[in-house]
Design a binder for this molecule. Structure first.
Ligand code: FEO
Length: 401
């Protein structure tokens, strides 16, 4: 049974929610679920903007039919070809055989790759600056290459100021009936999943996102319709500012996050002593995460959020404790840069993790690695309390600087 939402007099949300999927992209846990957004514009010509994941295909088809209310579909605009938005394309294209498919050249090639017998003659290729007039509305296309796939375009409705932004400005989280960001507690309940979504999925492509943000700054945007999560119509500048931070890898908070890879709890003990000492220096909201307990996607988002990071790790197989090593690889692959970092190592016969963590951090751009360090053999000793306090003070002083 259909479930559509009105955005303006002639624009409808025709997407759906998935609360059953455990891992988004088969990688990222989404206990909060996810929405797959799609939109129908009812002008003299009718337009469907993107389709939906196969998980909600039946509902999505009903929603499109309901929004069209008996009208034919003239255009299907594909902003992004990742299957969470394009898996239903073939089905919709078959249901509406007269619809022209409007998309980028790279997306056209991907349609041919994903769907074996697709009628490629139905596809009209557009590029940056091209436009499509549908009656009252004029839709212009903005190249959004590598946000976060190469074929991505944004569609901007110059008539009503609506930006259809593909994955940009999206977030994890199924919609709970309220479609608009100003109808939910976005800052307290949605900002964390939005940050985790952005940093993990788009985070590597900060320079490309900055380029598109620069282009978007020249548009008179009145609402943003992303492919996941709430639609923005108020306080858009606040969310764009978050994106500006994330895309430039600028910390949102001057604060400390400690990541711990501990086998029997001794490295954890040292990390907690350091955390306590940092707090005693007046630093608020110090966070400590066990890298074996918290999924790396949450850790990565925290590394993007905070200015100061401490890595405390046991040595394992003469290497960095494997879950910590995996996390560090994630940080490097997502191009984290420009953080102040410190290292705590542990090892029972040959502590190696500190040296190797420093080497990995040294491969990331503009990392300031503090000289103060703590090297533990098996368990922290009273004689080492001074070195732990010295590291804590160095980090706290740097935060305050
Ligand atoms: Fe939501 Fe890149 O797909």
């Amino acid at each position: 049974m259909y479930n559509i939402k009105k955005i303006t007099d002639d624009l409808y949300w025709v997407g759906g929610n998935d609360r059953r999927l455990a891992l988004f992209e088969n990688v990222y846990p989404i206990p909060e679920g996810v929405s797959y957004n799609s939109y129908v514009l009812l002008d003299e010509k009718t337009v469907l903007l993107d389709t939906a994941d196969s998980a909600i295909m039946e509902l999505f088809v009903e929603n499109v039919k309901a929004a069209l209310n008996g009208r034919k579909l003239d255009y299907i605009i594909i902003n992004h070809m990742e299957p969470d938005h394009s898996a239903s394309l073939e089905r919709i294209a078959e249901l509406y055989p007269e619809a022209r498919i409007v998309t980028s050249a790279k997306a056209k090639a991907m349609i041919g790759q994903f769907f074996e017998d697709f009628d490629m003659d139905r596809i009209d290729v557009v590029k940056e600056g091209d436009s499509l007039t549908t009656g009252r509305h004029t839709l212009t296309f903005v190249a959004a290459t590598m946000v976060h796939w190469p074929e991505v375009i944004f569609t901007f409705d110059t008539t009503d100021g609506t930006l259809f932004s593909a994955d940009a400005f999206g977030t994890f989280g199924a919609l709970g009936g309220n479609l608009f960001a100003d109808e939910v507690n976005f800052e307290t309940e949605w900002l964390e999943p939005a940050r985790r979504y952005y940093t993990n999925i788009v985070g590597k492509y900060g320079p490309q996102v900055q380029k598109v943000l620069q282009k978007a700054s020249g548009l008179d945007i009145k609402r943003i319709c992303p492919l996941h999560g709430p639609v923005w119509r108020k306080n858009i500048g606040w969310f764009i500012d978050k994106y500006a931070h994330w895309a430039s890898c600028t910390p949102e908070d001057k604060g400390v996050v400690i990541f711990v890879g501990s086998i029997y709890g001794h490295t954890q003990n040292a990390a907690d002593i350091v955390a306590s000492a940092i707090a005693d220096q007046g630093i608020k909201n110090v966070k400590v995460y066990d890298v074996s307990v918290t999924d790396p996607s949450y850790l990565l988002a925290e590394a993007f959020r905070a200015s100061h990071l401490i890595f405390a790790s046991a040595t394992y197989n003469n290497e960095i404790f494997s879950n910590m090593e995996h996390f560090l690889i994630e940080l490097k692959e997502h191009a984290l840069h420009s953080r102040t970092v410190a290292v705590i190592e542990n090892g029972t016969w040959a502590p190696q993790s500190g040296k190797k963590i420093r080497a990995m951090l040294g491969e990331m751009k503009d990392m300031t690695i503090l000289d103060e360090t703590v090297s533990i053999k098996s368990s922290p000793k009273e004689s080492q309390r001074e070195s732990m306090y010295a590291l804590a003070k160095a980090v706290a002083d740097s935060v305050k600087a």
